[in-house]
Ligand binder design. Structure first.
Ligand code: PMP
Ligand code: GLN
Length: 381
């Protein structure tokens, strides 16, 4: 059977998690935590189920979650939003990305994004019949290259699809980089769609700069986030988008026909979680920072060059000393070499040469799991 999306096959995350299951290797591939998020949030979901909130929630999201998302944007960033018209709850950030791209792009429009990219960007742009134009972020510092970024824009640019903090590099875009991107978007009358799912996972006292807070950008920016990352609940699939009412309405129209609604009893639980104290956010972040340090040191002790991430829960290492030549082929062999699973970065590139021997490891795992993975990698080098 030949289908339009056939080239997209099975996602690398599904392939690598299946490989971990079949080989018994430690899964540092797909990014999901192995401990649960805040206890109060888990209890709130149970209470919602027991309280009978098990039918379709309202299309845009339950009122208390819409209000909590708006309050979160005000509390952390000083962004004010009308919960009724400027917020939409989605089935994870994945659906938010799809709904926005499908809403805003006509066939033939161009979408500017960076590579390595998150896999769903490419698939969603293809679903919309749009064309991607990319600028490469290069290991190990992943700085924005102004010339190649400028060259990616044209009169057909409809939107820029940005991700900060960035998966898979762990890069947190600087204010200057974001201003450059925003300026180019304005020059080309393009929307900025910014995926900020790792907004609270920024280390070393660094700053996450929401694009919507840049001067003049609130009216041109659609911001996406998710409870999956902030509260370690990737399976709940509660995400959202916020922005100008006309763009939110356009995405809402599409969303109705993707899932209509999702995650009924989890929505009030996420509303509660968003209102938890600063110490809860800081605790999750600090625990991840320590895990980053643990895994980065272990990889370095194995003789691998790493790009120390400023955010997210991923680290990229150059696996050449472990015998990597072609990333995908190597990632498929890594369980037998080392009993560990990682994700090849080359699959997130149009230009695979930019990342041939790079492997992404997730460090959102219990310390004992990271220590065992470190021992195994050391034994393999
Ligand atoms: N964007 C990025 C950059 C991600 O890393 C992920 C998943 N980890 C998503 C979107 C999807 O988020 P969700 O699971 O909420 O759909
Ligand atoms: N975003 C997660 C990652 O980067 C995986 C999500 C998925 O499997 N689609 O690992």
């Amino acid at each position: 059977l030949v289908t339009r999306m056939q080239p997209f096959g099975t996602t690398i995350f599904a392939e690598m998690s299946a490989l971990a299951t079949s080989t018994g290797a430690i899964n540092l591939g797909q990014g999901f935590p192995d401990t649960d998020g805040p206890r109060e949030m888990l209890e709130a979901a149970k209470a919602a189920i027991d309280g009978g909130r098990n039918q379709y929630p309202p299309g845009p999201g339950v009122p208390e979650l819409l209000a909590a998302i708006a309050a979160h944007q005000e509390r952390f960033y000083g962004i004010s939003l009308d919960p009724a018209t400027q917020v939409l709850v989605t089935a994870g950030a994945t659906e938010a990305i799809a709904a926005v791209v499908l809403a805003l792009c006509e066939p033939g429009d161009e979408v500017v994004t960076f590579e390595p990219y998150y896999d769903s960007y490419v698939a969603t742009i293809a679903l919309a019949g749009a064309t991607r134009r990319t600028s490469v972020l290069r290991f190990p510092d992943f700085a924005v290259d102004e010339d190649s970024l400028r060259a990616a824009f044209s009169s057909r640019t409809r939107l820029v699809l940005l991700n900060t903090p960035h998966n898979p590099t762990g890069k947190v875009f600087t204010r200057a980089e974001l201003e450059l991107i925003a300026g180019l978007a304005r020059e080309h009358d393009a929307w900025v769609v910014t995926d900020e799912v790792y907004e609270h996972l920024v280390f070393d006292g660094g700053e996450h700069v929401p694009v919507a807070t840049l001067p003049g950008m609130a009216g041109h920016t659609i911001t996406i986030s998710s409870a999956g990352k902030t509260f370690s609940a990737t399976g709940w699939k509660v995400g959202w988008l916020t922005g100008p009412a006309e763009a939110v309405a356009a995405a809402r129209t599409v969303k109705q026909f993707l899932t209509y609604v999702a995650s009924g009893p989890f929505q009030p639980a996420v509303a509660l979680a968003l209102g938890l104290g600063d110490e809860v956010y800081a605790g999750l972040r600090d625990s991840l920072q320590a895990k980053r340090d643990l895994l980065c040191s272990a990889l370095e002790e194995c003789g691998l060059r790493v790009s120390r991430p400023s955010g997210t829960y991923f680290v990229i290492a150059d696996a050449a000393p472990l015998g990597a030549v072609d990333g995908l082929e190597f990632a498929r062999r890594l369980p037998s070499i080392a009993g560990v699973v990682g994700v090849p970065v080359s699959v997130f590139h149009d230009d695979a040469g930019a990342a041939r021997t790079l492997i992404r490891f997730a460090f959102c795992k219990r310390d004992d799991v990271l220590l065992e993975a470190s021992r195994r990698l050391a034994a393999a080098t």
